[in-house]
Write a protein that binds this ligand. Structure first.
Ligand code: ADP
Ligand code: MG
Length: 736
């Protein structure tokens, strides 16, 4: 007897998973049996295809790396060679037929501790010959057993043979012994025990017409494939399921806007908007004008606006949105402007107040930092429906904040928000039966055309294609540690011409404390030793809001000339006199982050510069390689970092950068839930699975047309999953 509810058994009730492991798993988004079953292997080790080290030696590699190869061997030595920054970790592997060196330039300290002589490892990667040795740089490795273990051998591994799944593990998972091997063991249990209870969520006619495998067979084969053919069949089914679910959400979202209450039909001949445009110190670009036209056309319609404005960093999206906001105010409504960070919200508040003061329009700010009486007063104005512009952060969609008369909601840098927040902002106004708010979301992350339909399938899209005319192209250069003195003297030159400088340090969650310390220490050094004669300020996310504002304001006024910052300044900040963006450890930033950071300069008419600092050891790899991506296989992390820097050096075009970003990261990561408000794709690939996507889209649309609220009995399990897993992402109206 099938019991689908068993799939929602919390993992802590499984054999071998106690509260501690359960907690770590939960941190990785795995709370239930179902989550585990949908945690697919990232790859497979085909024991049939493993070669001996002796066989690896016998291939002719020339001086180029060949195809991906796999081998098994026992660790003989783990050694650090060379000195920083050229330091590397060398693990020597032996299997009785020869020796193979595994070389690591990154993660050295962790790996040194993680491996010891006697460990049995499976390694795969591209083999190269160096002098008389064969080696793999940054191989993928799997520990099959530890040297310390009592010779009982790699449990459940060699004995099973065939195609072995490899599950992604992390430092935290390994910390509770959930390394690749541990995960494999648990997965085996779960598959055996629960597979019979997995309900089929795809409607029967869809399965039949698309010739897809049933869910149980597919899940079994994705985890423990009997053959490559079985694996292909399983992948096709599971990819389809993901794409279908994604398209189903989009179809339901579109449907709910269409069938919801109507929007406001604004009068668009706005005196305020007119006065704004007349008062601007510049002429709007043709792109800005045409987008303003598209927006006003939407606003005039009784149907609620649902528009995405895409425009590269610096293209001038803010004034466009402000024009729309003033139309709403002229119609006696409230306009809301939501930004992802306090710094950005404060900046918008300053800029917009500057434009609006002469027009007599009130502009108010509500962020997490707004406290006490001030907050009370603003929340009261918001509730009373008092017309004006309300700028803020997530604080605008908190419990207890309800707009009396919201006419327009603008979301800046929308890729930083989730769709749930988009829905929440819109719903923060309309009581039942009131008109729906017009929505304008803005982003500087351009989306390759083939994908925007999918990603923003529920939005109309406007694009600003050009930058304001007097902008000069930002000059981007890659510099290495050795060249630091020259970099500093370049900064000095710019500073002596009256310009200002950003110096940005990475702040990656995992090692936040260390990074923060590094940024603070460097700040001290810069101020005391390198630029003692120049006023320098520091901002980071952990600092009290008041202090941070003061520093930002001083930088804006020019009282501070060098701003040392963590990535809190990544988005939106607009200070035209700053002409140099120096990014420390640029290799640690993602492409879109680097592009955003670079967009902080080049906002005025002076020539601007982005300088990307990378460690010395990267120099050789960067000058070596010119092509964008290797033809096959997964590029390793180092190579990806190298490519990112090359791309940044070679292009300023945000569109090209996004395309490359997508290639490097893969759509799964590029379209994280946060950016897209769509379920994360674990297995489907929007770039290569276009055909399957089209089928899934057509099927999802027809499902929603026939059964908008998934009430038919054939959609019972589908509805269950949508309701449980995606309720924040889709308006599944209970009342409907
Ligand atoms: P983004 O699209 O990145 O949000 P902003 O709206 O912050 O860009 O605008 C960047 C800078 O360009 C601001 O200083 C803004 O005043 C200025 N700007 C906007 N439109 C124009 C224009 N048409 N001509 C010249 N400068 C402009
Ligand atoms: Mg902006």
């Amino acid at each position: 007897m099938k019991s689908p509810e068993l799939l929602y058994t919390p993992v802590r009730f499984l054999k071998g998973i106690g509260p501690k492991r359960a907690e770590v798993l939960a941190g990785h988004g795995i709370a239930t049996v179902r989550d585990l079953l949908y945690y697919y292997p990232y790859g497979y080790l085909d024991l049939g295809r493993v070669e001996t080290i002796g066989a690896l030696r016998s291939h002719d590699y020339g001086d180029r790396a060949g195809a991906l190869r796999s081998t098994l061997g026992t660790v003989r030595t783990v050694e650090l060679l060379g000195r920083p920054p050229r330091q590397r970790l060398v693990i020597v592997l032996e299997d009785g037929t020869g020796f193979l060196q595994l070389i690591f330039f990154e993660g050295i300290n962790f790996l040194k501790r993680a491996f010891a002589a006697g460990d049995l490892l499976a390694a795969s990667g591209r083999v190269t010959r160096f002098r008389n040795q064969i080696q793999i740089v940054h191989p993928m490795i799997d520990r099959l057993s530890s040297g310390g273990e009592d010779g009982s051998g790699p449990e459940g591994f060699l004995h099973t043979g065939g195609i072995i799944p490899k599950y992604g593990s992390t430092k935290e998972l390994r910390g509770v012994q959930l390394h690749v091997r541990g995960l494999r063991k648990i997965m085996r249990e779960v598959v055996t025990q629960f597979l019979p209870h997995v309900p089929e969520i795809l409607p029967a006619p869809v399965l039949a017409s698309r010739g897809l495998a049933g869910i149980s067979a597919a899940l079994e084969s994705i985890h423990f494939p009997q053959s490559y053919e079985a694996l292909d069949v399983a992948r096709r089914r599971l990819k389809y399921e993901e794409l279908y679910m994604m398209q189903l959400l989009l179809a339901m979202r579109r449907n709910s806007v269409k069938s919801g209450p109507p929007g406001i039909a604004f009068r668009i001949g706005s005196r305020l908007a007119r006065s704004l445009v007349d008062s601007l110190p510049f002429t709007l670009t043709a792109g800005q004008v045409s987008v303003i036209n598209e927006i006003t056309r939407d606003m005039r319609e009784p149907r609620p606006m649902n528009r995405l404005l895409q425009g590269d960093v610096g293209s001038g999206k803010t004034v466009v949105a402000l024009t729309a906001a003033l139309i709403a105010v002229d119609n006696g409504c409230q306009a809301v402007f939501m930004a992802p960070t306090e710094i950005l919200a404060e900046q918008h508040h300053r800029t917009i107040s500057g434009y609006c003061a002469p027009l007599g329009v009130s502009v108010r700010l509500l962020t997490g930092g707004t406290k006490g009486k001030e907050r009370e007063a603003i929340v009261r104005w918001i509730g009373s429906g008092e017309p004006g512009i309300y700028v803020g952060t997530h604080a605008l969609i908190q419990e207890g904040v309800r707009f009396g008369r919201m006419g327009l909601a603008v979301i800046d840098e929308q890729h930083r928000f989730g769709v749930s927040q988009r829905l929440a902002l819109r719903q923060g106004s309309a009581a039942a039966g009131e008109p729906q708010t017009d929505l304008l979301v803005m982003t500087a992350t351009p989306i390759p055309r083939t994908l925007s339909m999918t990603l923003y399938g529920d939005l109309d899209v406007s694009v600003i294609r050009e930058l304001p005319p007097e902008r000069k192209k930002i000059v981007t250069s890659l510099r290495f540690e050795k060249e630091r003195p020259a970099v500093y003297s370049f900064l000095r030159g710019q500073l002596s011409e009256g310009r200002q400088v950003y110096i940005v340090y990475p702040l990656v969650d995992e090692s936040e404390k260390i990074d923060l310390k590094a940024a603070t220490a460097s700040f001290g050094r810069l101020r005391k030793e390198v630029f003692p004669e120049i006023s320098t300020g520091l901002v980071h996310g952990k600092m009290p809001a008041g202090e941070r504002d003061a520093v930002m304001a001083a930088f804006k006024e020019g009282a501070i000339r060098i701003l040392v910052a963590t990535t809190v300044i990544e988005v939106g900040i607009d200070i035209p006199n700053a002409t140099v963006m120096l990014v420390e450890h640029a290799e640690r930033f993602g492409l879109s982050q680097l592009h955003q950071l670079r967009g902080r300069v080049g906002r005025g008419s002076s020539q601007s510069y982005a300088i990307l600092m990378a460690p010395d050891w990267m120099r050789a790899r960067i000058s070596q390689s010119a092509s964008l991506l290797p033809d096959e296989g997964e590029p390793d992390d180092t190579l990806i970092a190298v490519r990112r820097l090359q791309i940044m050096r070679d292009t300023n075009d945000g569109f090209k950068i996004a395309e490359n970003d997508l290639k490097l990261r893969g759509p799964g990561e590029f379209f994280g839930t946060k950016q897209s408000g769509l379920p994360r794709l674990r297995i489907a690939d929007l770039l290569t699975d276009q055909e399957l996507l089209d089928l899934a889209r057509a099927d999802a649309v027809s499902t929603v047309e026939r059964d908008p609220h998934l009430r038919l009995s054939g959609h019972r399990h589908l509805r269950e999953v949508v309701g449980r897993e995606m309720k924040e992402l889709v308006p599944l109206t209970e009342s409907g």
